[in-house]
Design a protein around this ligand. Structure first.
Ligand code: GLN
Length: 532
């Protein structure tokens, strides 16, 4: 029998529910259990693929090409779970499925309602994850905050779930905020009481409470929360602010949250094995020997979530090199205004991440030119690779005005352009080149040195491609095409011969980096920066 843990959030959003889920997954894995994690998102978009990064943060891509919520990134980074399209469901998908069935006539004349039709569809999706993953424990994170109108059907489905599969097979975890009021010098439990009260109105009595707090919770405060919220005192878990998110599994384990969960589920398992995580991740992230400054030239810099996986991958590369990676966020439009030197003269590496649209592109190109001409280590991701190709075409191959047809459809030198199959696409949702593709690495290249493998698999999310027509010319001028997707002869990796470390990729390596195994491209980029 699979076990199910539902994780809800209360009081305010952005409490780190995704990280809490991933951390619970981690401590259960450490006990030898197989886990799978899924996210239920209450918005009506079918997936986040069409949303602006400022609306939603990063779009996380799975191997099977689903565009999903960034919390799935936390799940994959903390645990061994491999996320698929089944691990993220939205209100849009749920209604889409039910309405399609209704149009087909599958409901035989019945009135279609939120309960039971929508809630059944939600429950079926949760059961599907249990079935395809074969996990012992499925963690289900419910997006939004308790009390939102939008998330009600998901909460109702979670409530019914206990009736369907039994008390001993379900746990409700609620994440809340216990604020410290500075002027009063007091910790306040009232918002938590109200939030649990709201959950109870829906019919869910939480079994575990995780309390985000900036101060240690005294025994009195825990007693009070326990009494008012009807939760065993040991199941009131303190989640005090920490320096690194990777400490959180240890914080939970120290309060025997794994024991509490196993006890409720009546599961017997081996001792916890988190030593590796503690030694090779947490200790290293907290006490690095070296320090390095990297310029991150992007345009959605105001929101921490917009480039989540890239920031994390840089942290992982720091762990691998025993270095603290300081990320200097540079707005590419500022480079357009003030030039590259002002921002890049004292950094040890330049990274240009993915993105869409023309705004800020010329600044990215300037930054790449600076890195190329001044031997500064450079890593380009997706759009970052496309900009590197444009820069090299314009400034090293004499193709004046070279561009991507995304930014200038009528450019004389379309060095980045659409494949025929993409020209025919009308719908914007889910129609890019998405998910894992194999990439063959050429011998004797930097890519080969980095990967130490001939064939790798990386995840994609883009519409435009390198234009094959310009390959011979660029090659002649010193660009190396070191990674190719053979089936369609598409360029996946470019690099430069006369440069200490200049590499750019059409895919998104950041999605496969983990704290205990940094992605080789990020690892060696930071290594090159430290050598500089
Ligand atoms: N806008 C580019 C494309 O669609 C790059 C996309 C990206 O960086 N993810 O091809």
């Amino acid at each position: 029998m699979n076990k199910f843990i539902f994780v809800t959030g209360g009081v305010i959003s952005s409490l780190g529910k995704g990280i809490a889920c991933a951390s619970i997954g981690k401590i259960l894995e450490a006990r030898g259990l197989k886990v799978s994690l899924m996210k239920l998102d209450p918005y009506i978009n079918v997936d986040p693929g069409t949303m602006n990064p400022y609306q939603h943060g990063e779009v996380y891509v799975t191997d099977d090409g689903a565009e999903t919520d960034l919390d799935l990134g936390h799940y994959e980074r903390f645990t061994h779970t491999r996320a698929t399209k089944f691990n993220n469901a939205t209100t849009g998908q749920v209604y889409n499925a039910v309405i399609s069935r209704e149009r087909r006539g599958d409901y035989l004349g019945k009135t279609i309602q939120v309960i039971p039709h929508i809630t059944n569809e939600i429950k079926d999706r949760i059961k599907k994850v249990a079935e395809v993953s074969g996990a012992d424990v499925v963690l289900v994170e419910i997006g939004g905050t308790v009390g939102d109108i939008e998330s009600l059907p998901f909460l109702e489905a979670a409530r019914q779930f206990r009736q369907d599969v039994g008390y001993q097979n379900t746990i409700y975890v609620h994440l809340t905020l216990v604020p410290y009021i500075r002027v009063a010098g007091e910790i306040k439990t009232k918002p938590t009481q109200h939030s649990v009260g709201t959950l109870r109105e829906i019919g869910i009595q939480p079994d575990v409470l995780i309390c985000r707090t900036e101060k240690t919770l005294s025994e009195d405060v825990k007693d009070k929360i326990s009494l008012f919220c009807s939760i065993r005192k040991e199941a009131v878990i303190e989640a005090k602010d920490v320096d690194s998110i990777y400490q959180i599994p240890l914080v939970f384990k120290d309060q025997i949250l794994d024991e509490i969960i196993l006890g409720h589920f009546n599961l017997i398992s081996r001792h916890s094995e988190l030593k590796d995580w503690e030694e090779s991740v947490v200790k290293r992230v907290l006490g690095p020997k070296h320090k390095i400054k990297i310029a991150f030239v992007g345009k959605y810099l105001g929101l921490q979530d917009a480039y989540k996986s890239v920031y994390e991958a840089l942290t992982h590369a720091g762990i691998a090199n025993d270095a603290k990676v300081e990320i200097q966020r540079v707005d590419s439009e500022d480079i357009e205004k003030y030039g590259a030197e002002k921002f890049l003269k004292d950094v040890s590496g330049v990274l240009v991440p993915g993105g869409f649209g023309y705004r800020g592109i010329e600044g990215k190109i300037k930054a790449i030119k600076y890195a190329r001409e001044n031997n500064v280590p450079f890593l380009g991701l997706c759009l970052g690779m496309q900009c590197a190709v444009i820069e090299f075409s314009r400034n090293a191959c004499g193709l004046k005005g070279a561009n991507s047809t995304e930014f200038m459809p009528k450019t004389k030198y379309p060095v980045i352009s659409l494949l025929e199959e993409q020209r025919r696409v009308k719908d914007m949702g889910g129609t890019m080149r998405l998910g894992a593709y194999p990439c063959r690495i050429k011998n004797g290249t930097l890519a080969k040195k980095v990967y130490r493998q001939e064939l790798v698999s990386e995840r994609h999310r883009h519409r435009y491609e390198f234009n094959e027509k310009f390959r011979t010319l660029l090659e002649k001028k010193g660009m190396v095409f070191s990674g190719i997707y053979k089936n369609k002869n598409l360029v996946e990796i470019v690099e430069l011969k006369k440069h200490p470390f200049f590499i750019a990729v059409q895919f998104h390596p950041e999605f496969k980096s983990k704290p205990d195994s940094a992605h080789p491209l990020f690892r060696d980029f930071i290594k090159a920066g430290l050598q500089k």
